[in-house]
Design a protein around this ligand. Structure first.
Ligand code: AMP
Length: 282
């Protein structure tokens, strides 16, 4: 496994791969790797000849400085895990490589970011759009792999690729969960034991709401009940719980079994903000 720190360094490997007719796949991450990330890596191993995993904690996508400062870092363990998966390259750029200067470009995803994460994390998707564009331009992958866990992010990146005619195929990998249902997340490392236990409210509320909607309960009643359920969990603070179309992210006023739909939730457990989602009609 090769560690690569700059675009110039990668370029030599890229030229050689091109000459040998090898396909390249990119798995962008911010490190503190868990089995969810490794599912993306395993999918990439099946799909392409050469797998590049990037690890870069991107400051421009954090709208909260404390969240950025405390973002977990487990680089030695990460590299061991990637070696185990027989990853070919790890791209580990430093801040100056990715941001030699503060970008003047900003990306506005319009209606796609007017709701959910976009509404609650101003500037977040601009940062995601910029860093993903940079990574695509530096690594030049044929395929790139993203997790369903960050549903709105997948929509944003699909749109980025379409609107800028980028020549990269996106592959979305299902959410990996702990045995008790909590979606794996690097931020779970920062939960206290009590917060970890109470974090199950996210998946429990999603599965309960899904069952009730499929049983015919009106959406506004479901949403009100879930809001009350969160009030009963002392360490949890609900930010949003929405029923949306999984491509446009526009919220529904009621559930329609003939339309694609997903439930999305964001909540704080203490100071840690977690998100999750569940498709109802995929
Ligand atoms: P992050 O390091 O959190 O930026 O995540 C890097 C990639 O891994 C993103 O495409 C995420 O959507 C994906 N990912 C994070 N958690 C999970 C999970 N539990 N299951 C599947 N993919 C995930």
């Amino acid at each position: 496994m090769h560690l690569v720190h700059t675009g110039a360094n990668w370029r030599n490997y890229w030229l050689e791969s091109l000459k040998n007719g090898k396909s390249i796949g990119l798995v962008p991450t911010m490190g503190a790797l868990h089995e969810g990330h490794l599912d993306l890596v395993r999918k990439a191993k099946q799909e392409v000849d050469i797998v590049v995993v990037s690890i870069f904690v991107n400051p421009t996508q954090f709208n909260n400085q404390e969240d950025f400062n405390n973002y977990p870092s487990t680089i030695d363990e990460d590299l061991d895990k990637l070696r185990n998966e027989q990853v070919d390259f790890v791209f580990l750029p430093d801040l100056d490589t990715v941001y030699p200067e503060k970008p003047q470009l900003s990306i506005n995803f319009g209606e796609l970011e007017a709701v959910l994460e976009g509404a609650f994390r101003p500037g977040h998707f601009n940062g995601v759009g910029i860093v993903v564009s940079k990574l695509f331009n530096i690594i030049k992958p044929e395929k790139a792999f993203f997790g369903q866990k960050d549903l709105q992010q997948t929509g944003i990146i699909k749109r980025l690729v379409k609107d800028l005619s980028m020549d990269v195929a996106l592959i979305i990998v299902p959410t990996r969960r702990e045995e008790d249902g909590l979606a794996m997340s690097s931020r779970n490392l920062r939960l206290s034991p009590d917060e970890r236990a109470q974090a199950l409210i996210l998946i429990h509320s999603l599965t309960k709401a899904k069952q009730e909607l499929l049983a015919g309960k009106p959406w506004f009643e479901v949403q009100n009940q879930i809001t009350r359920d969160f009030e009963d969990v002392p360490l949890a603070d609900l930010e949003y719980f929405e029923l949306i179309h999984p491509d446009s992210f526009i919220g529904y006023v009621d559930f329609d079994p003939n339309q694609k739909s997903s439930l999305c939730v964001a909540a704080y457990l203490g100071k840690i903000r977690l998100i999750d989602n569940l498709p109802i009609i995929p």
